[in-house]
Design a protein around this ligand. Structure first.
Ligand code: 5AD
Ligand code: FES
Length: 347
């Protein structure tokens, strides 16, 4: 397997069959070799700097019904909330004081936030924090809408493709959604000029290693600036409640492969990874991640943005996230930098 990893390092990609062989033969020794190579590539690009993205979960209303997601529209048990513009700006202020220079506005597909309202929020954020990058993560919209948000000041957009296998996509989503539309959204975002993030869940129901190979090849083809992956974690109010969660080591293995394929990409160690393992985020960094996305949402709503069970940083400890994150990062010999952390091709 070392041969395949070296080939991946050199060529930044592999043939479909080779990727599959690599995933099928994952063992401890191969993993350690891959992690350390990915780690050194990250360090060549970014040193031991870790960028922060302050996540503001501004609404958990959603018109969609992705079967795995705790805040899907059909979940009657979800307690819904929306933040006001003032609350959002307050999150920015707190984040800015803590050194954050990127804010991610993430929410369900909530059409109560009309384009007019969103544009107003974006303009206010840009005016109040001109040194900060703004990222949107609000799902599928038309080309025209994406243009409006871009012109209002959004710099980046996160939209995970979730799985690049069409059959698998259809097992995870209702008929109203399609992989083709998702991909079109991503192409539109890139074409408009956003720094684009995509990604997928690891170990989602019915996923096979072949599906994961398709995810890798799709990402190669798209060339996103950011790649967010995390383990699937079941949520009690979904039809996947009884499915097993995704594997931490497989997630790390994929983070490392993605780092070898995309040396300059921004790759977060996700909250889901930190939920599955107390040291999950540190382990992510040690396998090639270079971004963390701490939660800046008001403590009072954090439990309600309930994508999956047992999500971390939603309870009493949540007030400590900033110190906790900095401590965690320095415990493994890395440091947080208070910068926008644009993709190298943008800075
Ligand atoms: N487990 C893990 N990740 C999830 N997401 C949604 N539901 C779950 C779950 N049950 C992820 C999706 C989405 C991101 C915001 O959260 O990949 O894109
Ligand atoms: Fe939130 Fe550690 S990062 S408590």
């Amino acid at each position: 397997m070392k041969y395949l990893i070296d080939k991946l390092h050199k060529n930044k990609t592999l043939e479909r069959e080779e990727f599959l062989t690599l995933l099928q033969n994952r063992d401890e020794e191969t993993s350690e070799y891959l992690y350390s190579l990915a780690r050194s590539i990250s360090q060549e690009q970014f040193g031991k700097d870790i960028y922060l993205r302050g996540l503001i979960e501004f609404t958990n209303y959603c018109r969609n019904d992705c079967y795995y997601c705790g805040i899907r529209g059909g979940n009657r048990n979800a307690e819904r909330y929306r933040l006001t513009k003032e609350q959002i700006l307050e999150c920015c202020q707190i984040g800015h004081d803590l050194g954050f220079r990127t804010f991610v506005l993430q929410g369900g597909e909530d059409y109560a936030f009309t384009d007019e309202i969103l544009v107003d929020i974006l303009k206010s954020m840009k005016a109040g924090y001109p040194d900060c990058a703004i990222t949107l993560s609000i799902g599928e919209r038309t080309h025209e809408q994406y243009v409006k948000y871009f012109e209002a000041g959004a710099d980046r957009f996160l939209l995970r493709h979730e799985t690049a296998n069409e059959e698998h996509y259809n097992l995870l989503h209702p008929d109203s959604m399609s992989l083709e539309n998702r991909k079109q959204c991503l192409r539109n975002l890139k074409e408009i000029g956003y720094q684009v993030g995509t990604g997928f869940m690891v170990g989602s129901p019915y996923q096979t290693l072949e599906c994961l190979v398709e995810d890798l090849l799709f990402i190669k083809e798209l060339g996103p600036h950011m790649i967010g992956i995390g383990p699937f974690i079941p949520h009690k109010d979904t039809k996947f409640a009884k499915f097993p969660a995704g594997d931490v080591e497989l997630t790390r293995f994929l983070i490392s492969i993605l780092r070898l394929m995309n040396p300059q990409a921004l790759i977060p160690a996700t909250t889901a990874l930190g939920t599955m393992d107390k040291k999950g985020r540190e382990k992510g960094i040690l396998s090639g991640s270079n971004v963390l996305m701490p939660n800046l949402s008001p403590i009072t709503v954090r439990k309600k943005y309930d994508l999956y069970d047992n999500k971390i940083c939603t309870g009493d400890e949540a007030a400590e996230c900033n110190c906790c994150i900095r401590r965690r990062v320095s415990s493994i010999g890395y440091q947080i930098v208070d910068q926008r952390g644009d993709h190298p091709s943008y800075s």
